[in-house]
Design a protein around this ligand. Structure first.
Ligand code: CUO
Length: 685
């Protein structure tokens, strides 16, 4: 019997080809009962798995609402309202199905009617959100859309090799790619392309936007706040990479009337026909956008400036104005209702369903992506596709993404600076003392290493080309050697004490080689892990493996992994799986060949204060809760995201904290130096 996983899995395969085409090297076919079976191509194995798909009178254009309004073959983006509306209609239709077979049949019937990227987005969204599909996994994005990760020129080379192969040859065709990507070091910005163009990082960003969709409705806990926090952490980590290659921290893009100095040429294609993403020359001026063909009738830079000034007015006044003209106070010190940062996140992102007053505060973040992505052809004079900034699967490749998000983050930071600094009470944990802490790798303390590893994907899954042999993309990417945290703690309580352990990493020095004060270093602290421990009375030795980090997702599945996967019930590990998160291989920043100084910060807080009341039976996500939350449940930490670095320096016993070392004077906090050395060789474990 064909498993539910396989029945849904192959809907992700060959997104640009007809549903009737054989998949998985010709061994799998969706057989539409009103269509003949398509012959497999010369040399392919005959289908061994034929999945019947009944006619569905409900799966037609009339029932799909606006889902068919985005043409096939063009770029799709949830940053555009018209595209979001199409996504909502398709997601709603998929969500109305009952169980995997029903979804498979419905989706198979509509697949060739809707835009390919929209289809994959909506199917992924449905699998993520539907309770009964918790045991279904989504394959890695580079296998679904290799064109969004590797230039088509490279992919065509492998197809040419396949075409020349004799019928008796069986070994796979291998394409090596990375870590040198789209440009040369003539442009300093390309020094960090190994990170910006990382497959796992871009897959994570796409997946995050599937888990937290814009404007699709649904219930989410602290969605606006997590939008702020996850993107703030992307920036913190990007800045760590920049410092490690001798670049200064990213600067916000807040003047939209002067040229954008850095261009970007992705060399990627929007689909498999060779239609290229637009590119941006160095020193391009942004322009008012007139692209009705993309669903953007009119977007003026003046609109953006108005929205910005309204947002900044709201932050400085401490309240926003809702649609009825009523004041809504912005404060993070609330005991019920939404925090100010959460309201602001919904407003800035902007989520058209959750935003309190979209008509007044606008759509600044989404439209910034659009404005930048269309600077090269703002009025469709050249019939060019948008640039990669257009959508979440590709935008973070472009250096301007970080400049844009730095601007977005600055709005949030302006707000955060209005909040009362944390007090000793907020920060301390009486009778718990962190005596010492360290990280250990190969019996060595506080010396960590990074380098490269290789990951293989089958690009033949996503290409409109059936090859007898597998076409493998061997992608070289950054990686780090695993390590353990060791934390020695004394619990002076009479009984056991439940605590949350929070671990952050930041570079020790700024661009000038100087140690940073608290406020300068504040935005560089990158969350590494956050977990709960029960301390026994007296001495405790906590050991935590880096691979267990709660920001990362160690589960990346290829088509091949999922084909081999048995069908399982929705219980135990299956139920607790929450496949979203930062790529494990980018947990550590690169560091320098000669070693680079970082600091690790450990803070223990009272779990009684941190915990939130959850309804019974929620998933216990082991991974990635810090960036992805827990679906259908409350975010499992009551503190503001980014705590304790999300506000200005606290005062401790009448002394203002000037550096993080001052904060580490508290017994429940520990700070230590760590050196990260980039070895420039394979560190695969
Ligand atoms: Cu993730 Cu702008 O929100 O890219």
């Amino acid at each position: 019997m064909t498993t539910a996983q396989r029945k849904l899995l192959h809907l992700f395969e060959k997104p640009y080809e007809s549903i009737t085409q054989p998949r998985s090297g010709g061994t799998f076919v969706y057989k539409l009962d009103d269509e003949p079976v398509v012959e497999t191509r010369v040399g392919e194995a005959p289908p061994t798995t034929v999945v019947p798909v009944r006619a569905r009178p409900d799966a037609n254009i009339r029932n799909l609402g606006s889902a068919t309004s985005i043409p096939r073959g063009v770029a799709f983006s949830i940053f555009v309202k018209k595209h979001r509306d199409a996504a909502k209609d398709l997601c709603d239709a998929f969500m109305r199905t009952q169980g995997p077979d029903d979804l498979m049949e419905y989706a198979a019937r509509v697949k060739d009617l809707v835009n390919e990227s929209l289809f994959v987005y909506a199917l992924s969204y449905t699998i993520v959100r539907k309770q009964e599909l918790r045991n279904i996994r989504i394959p890695l994005l580079p296998e679904i859309f290799p064109n969004q990760f590797v230039p088509q020129e490279e992919l065509l080379k492998t197809q040419a090799v396949a075409n020349r192969m004799g019928t008796s040859e069986t070994s796979p065709i291998v394409l090596e790619y990375g870590p040198e990507f789209t440009g040369t070091n003539i442009k300093p910005e390309h020094r960090v392309s190994y990170w910006r163009e990382d497959y796992g990082f871009n897959s994570h960003h796409w997946h995050w936007h599937v888990v937290f969709p814009t404007g699709l409705g649904g219930t989410f806990d602290r969605k606006g706040e997590i939008f702020f926090y996850m993107h703030q952490q992307m920036l913190a980590r990007y800045d760590m990479e920049r410092l490690s290659v001798g670049l200064s921290r990213v600067e916000k893009l807040d003047n939209w009337r002067v040229v954008v100095p850095d261009g970007y040429f992705s060399k990627l294609t929007v689909n498999n026909t060779g239609r290229a993403w637009g590119s941006r020359q160095d020193d391009t001026l942004l322009k008012d956008v007139r692209r009705a063909d993309l669903g953007i009738d009119s977007l003026d830079i003046t609109d953006m400036e108005n929205w910005r000034s309204r947002l900044m007015t709201a932050i400085s006044q401490g309240f926003i104005t809702d649609r009825n003209g009523e004041k809504v106070i912005l404060s993070d010190n609330v005991t019920s209702g939404k925090r100010g940062i959460d309201i602001l996140g919904d407003l800035v992102e902007a989520d058209s369903v959750l935003t309190i007053n979209g008509a007044f505060y606008g759509d600044i973040h989404n439209m910034g992506h659009v404005l930048i992505s269309l600077a090269h052809d703002y009025n469709n004079a050249h019939r060019e596709e948008p640039g990669v900034m257009f959508g979440p699967s590709t935008s973070a490749r472009d250096p301007v993404f970080y400049r844009w998000h730095k601007f977005v983050d600055d709005i949030f930071e302006q707000y955060k600076l209005t909040q009362t600094p944390y007090t000793v009470e907020d920060l301390s944990l009486p009778d718990v003392i962190v005596n010492r802490a360290s990280v250990i790798r190969n019996n060595e303390a506080n010396t960590l290493t990074t380098g490269f590893s290789v990951r293989e994907f089958e690009t033949s899954r996503g290409l409109d080309f059936n090859s007898r042999v597998s076409m493998i993309l061997r992608m070289t990417h950054m990686d780090s050697a695993p390590f353990d945290y060791h934390i020695h703690v004394t619990n002076n309580h009479y009984g056991p004490k439940e605590v949350t352990v929070r671990i952050f990493l930041a570079p020790k020095h700024n661009e000038q080689g100087l140690e940073m004060n608290f406020m300068e270093q504040r935005l560089l602290w990158s969350e590494m892990d956050k977990f709960r421990v029960t301390l026994k009375p007296g001495a405790n030795h906590i050991v935590r493996a880096s691979k267990d980090s709660t920001i990362t997702n160690p589960n990346e599945f290829t088509f091949r992994d999922l084909e081999a996967r048995p069908d399982t019930g929705v219980e135990g590990e299956e139920f607790d799986f929450c496949g979203c998160g930062w790529p494990q291989h980018l947990l550590l920043p690169r560091g320098k060949p000669e070693g680079m100084a970082y600091q690790l910060f450990y803070m223990l807080t009272d779990f009684e204060k941190d915990k939130v009341d959850q309804t019974e039976g929620i998933r216990a996500c082991k991974n990635a809760v810090s960036f992805c939350g827990v679906l259908d449940a409350k975010f499992p930490d009551s503190r503001p995201m980014g705590f304790p670095f999300d506000r200005r320096s606290p005062r401790l016993l009448n002394n203002t904290v000037t550096s993080v070392a001052d904060l580490a004077e508290l017994d429940n906090i520990m700070l230590h130096d760590v050196t990260i050395t980039f070895l420039n060789r394979n560190v695969q474990q």
